[in-house]
Design a protein around this ligand. Structure first.
Ligand code: MV4
Length: 491
């Protein structure tokens, strides 16, 4: 594989190109007119403008991208994340054009892309799943009776949904029918597929995901977990590896389950199996068939380059290590830097990076897609960078991240760095006792804020608005036993 086209932009495109160069592989960038001056375009060995700024006229044009691959005699295409990274048709067309798609098979994507087919593929392996149904609802009365058996609160999920889209919490039997009808019509509108199913609603879950790597010889290993419970509108903001709560026994059990999930769909490449975790139990949620934004924290604790591993697997090589060879070294935290203005309802903050100086130092890594003086385009995801740190312990990683955020010098746009610094220094985060309701519980609860300083209240109030979805404001929150214990001790 001598030349790889990266069908993506920004920080991930640049990151992938760096691994290509390290491996002596030429890289080709495609870019929209909005990205003409971007660092990833300059860094690539060749670069082709694929169209005007809108994604559906540029980065999503699979056929045009494959034409460029053929014209430039490209051997492989790496989709990054988002855009075409989980598009089975694009994968098929690349393969049919004799271009190696650096990722899983279209079949694996399709099995895991539909939440119901994912559940049934996994069920026969005895992987723990949330109590519920793994068939689409066809008869509301029947479903209502099933819901009585599962027990309220119930979560209605769209099978074609994922990442939090198409979910509705039902508190009691009386609400069931109305919420079910709303969920079905939303699913049809959002995904063109009205299939929905029900599960028991896990009230205070943590989001713990396992990174897996599988070669084409049946070798599948777990690269341990990432904790991604601090999210906003189902987008992760702070991720860490390893999790603050997993015991070695749970780590092994979740790792083994994740490898079985990968085998259940004949997975080849890098993939992530998502679990809900609550009070020592874990439940399979979904599998992401792409390299994820937060993969660097796994690289920091394993010493592996996941893009290099993806390319090696795509070239038909065997994994060069076994599960026993893999060890967790230290602790890593990532914060995502969004160009959004907290004071303007967090709308993307267009502007110019008048000053942009990255933090540096041992165990400090910045994956970004911009240089000082650049304009932030409004057409794409407002994430401008990922700040990642590594240290021997979680406490040292928190201190190192705090200093790195303080050293990050950005003038010209507002970012979410302040919130991240505040969060990682919050007692609930430092204690490890938090779940996916972290922001709702600690930043929107008046009594919790009572003893906070005015500055804290300002940040918390602003950020709570930023993070709460309308659904969150409805579902009652009962802190998990760990969180309750922490609060009792704290008080
Ligand atoms: C759940 C759940 C509670 N109970 N399923 C969110 C996105 C997708 N990964 C599935 N998600 C959830 N599924 C049951 N039965 C709570 C969530 C959830 C969530 C999960 C992980 C991380 C953040 C989350 C934020 C809101 C809801």
């Amino acid at each position: 594989m001598k030349k790889i086209l990266i069908a993506n932009r920004g920080e991930i495109a640049l990151r992938i190109m760096r691994s290509c160069r390290k491996m002596g592989i030429k890289s080709v960038a495609i870019y929209s007119e909005a990205d003409v001056n971007a660092p990833f375009v300059k860094y690539a060995d060749e670069a082709v403008c694929v169209g005007p700024p809108p994604s559906n006229e540029s980065y999503l044009l699979g056929d045009k991208i494959l034409e460029i691959c053929k014209e430039l005699n490209v051997d492989g295409v790496h989709p990054g994340y988002g855009f075409l990274s989980e598009n089975a048709d694009f994968t098929r067309k690349a393969t049919n054009a004799g271009i190696t798609f650096i990722g899983p098979s279209p079949e694996s994507m399709e099995v895991m892309g539909d939440k119901l087919s994912a559940k049934s593929a996994v069920k026969s392996y005895g992987i723990p799943m949330v109590p519920g149904l793994d068939k689409a609802i066809t008869d509301i009365e029947k479903a209502k009776n099933e819901a009585d058996i599962i027990g309220y609160p119930i979560l209605i999920k769209a099978s074609a949904g994922g990442g939090g889209k198409g979910m509705r919490v039902v508190e009691n039997r009386e609400e069931f029918e109305e919420q079910m009808n709303l969920a079905i019509s939303e699913a049809v509108k959002s995904f063109g597929n009205g299939a929905v199913f029900i599960e028991r609603y896990v009230g205070s879950p943590r989001h713990i995901e396992i990174q897996v790597l599988a070669d084409s010889f049946g070798n599948t290993v777990s690269l341990f977990e990432r904790e991604c419970s601090i999210q906003r509108r189902h987008q992760k903001v702070i991720e860490e590896a390893p999790s603050a709560v997993l015991t070695p026994e749970l780590r092994k059990a979740m790792g083994d389950s994740a490898c079985q999930v990968a085998k259940a769909c004949n997975y080849v490449g890098a993939g992530t199996v998502e679990f809900l975790y609550e009070n020592g139990e874990f439940f399979f949620l979904e599998m992401n068939t792409r390299l994820q934004v937060e993969h660097p924290v796994t690289e920091m604790i394993t010493g592996l380059d996941l893009v290099e591993e993806q390319i090696k697997i795509a070239r038909g090589e065997k994994l060069s290590f076994s599960q026993e060879d893999l060890k967790i070294d230290g602790h890593s935290i990532e914060v995502r830097v969004y160009a959004e203005d907290p004071k303007n309802n967090f709308l993307p903050d267009i502007g110019t990076l008048e000053v942009y100086k990255r933090p540096t130092g041992e165990g400090v890594r910045v994956d970004d897609g911009f240089e000082e003086g650049m304009e932030i385009p409004i057409y794409y995801d407002p994430m401008i960078a990922k700040l990642i740190v590594h240290a021997p312990t979680r406490e040292e990683a928190i201190r190192k991240m705090t200093k790195a955020i303080e050293d990050y010098d950005i003038v010209g746009i507002e970012t979410t760095l302040d919130f991240c610094k505040y969060t990682i220094n919050h007692e609930a985060f430092k204690s490890g006792n938090f779940d996916t309701h972290f922001v709702k519980h600690f930043f929107a609860n008046p009594e919790i804020l009572d003893e906070a300083s005015d500055e804290t209240k300002k940040i918390a109030g602003i950020m709570a608005n930023y993070f709460l979805t309308e659904q969150d404001t409805k579902a009652d929150y009962t802190p998990s036993s760990e969180v309750m214990a922490w609060e009792v001790n704290r008080v």
